[in-house]
Design a protein around this ligand. Structure first.
Ligand code: DQA
Length: 147
């Protein structure tokens, strides 16, 4: 099956951006890790990043037609975007939300997530490994839904 992996604003700078918080891996490294794990599990992925809210919404709409699950790190849109939540609410397959950092250990404005109102699971603070774990979870939800 096809899993969409969507990344929000500023994640294009991963590896250079506040490495004490987000680590030294780049988004290209994360993509390579995701592809490796997905192929081990017999899954395909489409991996995207955008700094523009509407592009993320458009990818979610596209996922409605073709994807069996979504892994999403909405980045700062996590805390602001009812529009991304509404888009995810139109998607009927598994959704796992990922944050590289432990948002609950950080500023209060990062403690609320609009996306968590829809997500089937949330991973935070496990670094970029969180993406691989999220793909594993989506894959097992896809399998159990297959029954
Ligand atoms: C983030 C956490 C958000 O609060 C922040 O705005 C990000 C990245 C994370 O992966 O830890 O850009 O989603």
């Amino acid at each position: 099956s096809l899993i969409y992996v969507l990344n929000g604003p500023n994640l294009n700078l991963l590896g250079k951006r506040q490495p004490h918080i987000y680590g030294h891996e780049t988004l290209a490294d994360v993509e390579a890790d995701c592809r490796r794990v997905a192929s081990e599990l017999g899954q395909d992925i489409r991996f995207h990043q955008s700094n523009r809210e509407y592009e993320i919404i458009d990818w979610i709409h596209e996922a409605r037609e073709v994807a069996a699950g979504i892994v999403i790190n909405p980045a700062a849109f996590t805390h602001t975007s009812v529009a991304i939540l509404d888009a995810l609410n139109t998607f009927e397959q598994p959704v796992i939300e990922v944050h590289i950092s432990n948002v609950h250990k950080r500023e209060a404005f990062r403690h609320h997530s609009f996306v968590s109102h829809r997500a089937d699971g949330v991973i935070a603070g496990l670094g970029t490994e969180g993406y691989q774990l999220a793909i594993r979870r989506v894959a097992s939800l896809i399998k159990s839904g297959d029954k």
